[in-house]
Design a protein around this ligand. Structure first.
Ligand code: MLT
Length: 239
């Protein structure tokens, strides 16, 4: 478990990586693909997002841009999963750039396997990892500008905890794994409350996004697993 992309071991590439940004990027990505979006491609640079999506007609593409929790002017929408309804996203190619989630995706984009995890698709992530039983798995939280985030760590704890419970997988983990599991076991029944304590949860509440926070705190409500299509592409489709 790594709480932020910055805390991952320098110069190392994992066999398999789960990128977690519960509030809200990986919740949004899973929701959009579950609602019928054709694909979601992540960009750290908004201008690159705009130029790369230029060639697509506007009825085939959607540009999602968020910085500091707010929508980026030049994009069609911010990063709210609640905006990713079938009516809005079905059969469209989504282009997304967010404050931290995109950076976490970039950090592991050259891994053999990259999937995105959130509370809403917990089961899909756990079942996938158990099925693959990879050599080493990085659960990478996005955090906030290099800082620890409660919501991403509790999700990493949920994944690790379910792997032990459901698949009896030996957790020869680092100390962060054990503490993430403890955080999940303490708060699994009241994630909304935990998220209201989180610094990014507070930021979303200040932006009147309490419904986003409640949606992101739901456990295992969809079975969609976003998986990177080609190494380094940052292009995700539903598994
Ligand atoms: C992030 O990338 O930090 C989050 O997704 C920001 C947000 O959408 O609130």
């Amino acid at each position: 478990v790594y709480h932020t992309p910055e805390s991952t071991p320098e110069g190392q590439i994992p066999d398999c990586a789960v990128v977690i940004d519960v509030l809200r990027a990986t919740t949004t990505i899973a929701t959009a693909l579950s609602a019928g979006a054709e694909s979601v491609r992540a960009f750290s640079d908004i201008n690159l997002l705009l130029t790369e999506s230029e060639s697509l007609s506007s009825d085939k593409r959607l540009r999602l841009g968020e910085r500091g929790g707010k929508k980026v002017e030049s994009c069609d929408m911010g990063n709210s999963p609640l905006d990713c309804t079938p009516q809005v996203v079905k059969d469209k190619q989504l282009f997304i750039s967010t404050t931290n989630g995109t950076r976490a995706l970039q950090r592991v984009q050259d891994a053999n396997v990259v999937v995105t995890g959130a509370m809403i698709n917990l089961g899909a992530v756990v079942d996938f990892l158990a099925g693959k039983n990879p050599e080493n798995v990085w659960l990478v939280g996005s955090g906030w500008e290099g800082g620890y985030s409660l919501e991403d760590t509790v999700c990493a704890g949920a994944i690790a905890s379910r792997l032990i419970e459901d698949y009896n997988i030996e957790m020869i983990g680092n100390d962060e794994v054990i503490s993430a599991i403890a955080l999940y076991q303490q708060w699994q029944k009241d994630l909304v409350k935990l998220f209201t304590f989180a610094s990014h949860g507070q930021r979303l509440l200040r932006l009147n996004l309490v419904d986003d926070l409640k949606y992101c705190a739901q456990t295992n409500i969809i079975d969609t697993l976003p998986i990177q299509q080609q190494k380094g592409s940052l292009l995700f489709k539903a598994q």
